[in-house]
Write a protein that binds this ligand. Structure first.
Ligand SMILES: [Zn+2]
Ligand SMILES: [Zn+2]
Length: 336
């Protein structure tokens, strides 16, 4: 079976691998679609994200959907032919964090496409059934199903920030993660949600996804002390400095975006207004819920898939170039 490896910065190659064997609690999944994520593009362009460095050839991709082609002897929840998504991380389930259900903090987690762990740009994969979830029948598009992963990021950040009904929120960043925060905040009963970005085309997209207001921070002023809470989904320190002004005293901000490791943020403002910073890393226990959110927002989410390419060496190269260079790209999906 075919796999596409990132050999070094900017260089993919195709390799032939043996078909994986299905362990007794595993299912064998034939890949149908893989979404290209910002983190994948980052590894391709820079060879690293923070402490994670690509030192050996690595298979990228962690947003995936497929169909089950075999099941292990002790598998209880799945049968051949089931349409599924894979949660990208397998935690150790022995450490303190795992035992408390906070398995996104597991230091021994094996996570797709995070060096040295391979991802899913590969034709077949054997995977632990506990981290496999059935796609609702109503969701017929495998590309759309891959969005369960970015949606998990938005849903988890929303669970972490605990919105109350009717709260007013601002989201910094109208990329895919900002949009998933928007959908999750709406589902949690927030009203009057503002999305801020520096690109009008992205803001127009946020509007279509249900933002009540949009703000282009290059041109427009954001009113001070207006929002109960915010989401930072860009990684830019400028957004933390805007957020601390427009969030009400005693408010809170979900910290999701990953920009430069060292940032210049006015911490005195944060102290004086007692703004709580709530970091949110990946997700845990989101998949069952997120598949519902996906089902309910299919029509909207479909519009975010702007490009589809076939699974091949050329196709994957094209997908990464589109994702990093084409300003019209929101979500690029590799189809098998
Ligand atoms: Zn992702
Ligand atoms: Zn653990």
């Amino acid at each position: 079976m075919k796999a596409i490896y990132l050999d070094k910065i900017n260089t993919f190659s195709e390799k032939e691998l043996a078909k994986p064997e299905c362990g007794e609690r595993q299912v064998l999944v034939r890949m149908k679609a893989v979404g290209v994520c910002g983190s994948d593009v980052h590894y391709w362009k820079n060879g690293r994200i923070g402490q994670f460095v690509v030192e050996e050839p690595l298979i990228l991709g962690h947003e995936c959907s497929g169909v089950i082609t075999d099941v292990g002897e002790k598998v209880s929840k799945f049968a051949v032919g089931d349409r599924v998504v894979l949660e990208p991380g397998i935690p150790c389930m022995k450490c303190e964090h795992c035992l408390k259900g906070r398995y996104n903090l597991c230091q021994n987690i094996v996570f797709f496409a995070t060096p040295p762990d391979d991802g899913v740009l590969v034709e077949e994969i054997a995977y632990d059934e506990d981290y496999v979830f059935k796609i609702p029948d109503e969701v017929t598009d495998y590309g759309l199903a891959t969005m369960a992963e970015p949606l998990s990021v938005g849903l988890f950040a929303t669970q972490r920030i605990k919105p109350a009904l009717g709260e007013k929120a601002i989201i910094f960043g109208a990329g895919i993660i900002g949009i998933t925060c928007l959908l999750a905040a709406k589902a949690a009963g927030c009203k009057d949600i503002t999305v801020a970005d520096i690109r009008d085309d992205r803001l127009a997209c946020a509007k279509e996804m249900g933002a009540d207001q949009v703000v282009n921070t290059m041109k427009d002023q954001i009113p001070d002390n207006t929002f109960d809470f915010g989401y930072e989904a860009t990684g830019a320190d400028a957004c933390y400095n805007l957020a601390v002004k427009c969030i009400k005293p005693g408010g809170r901000i979900a910290m999701i975006g990953m920009g430069p490791e060292i940032q210049k943020v006015d911490m005195v403002d944060y102290v004086c207004k007692e703004i709580t910073i709530v970091p949110s890393f990946r997700y845990s226990n989101t998949y069952p819920l997120v598949l519902d959110l996906l089902k309910d927002n299919q029509e909207k989410l479909k519009q975010l898939i702007t490009h589809c390419v076939p699974f091949s060496l050329e196709g994957v190269e094209e997908a990464f170039h589109i994702a990093s260079e084409d300003p019209s790209a929101v979500k690029v999906v590799v189809e098998f």
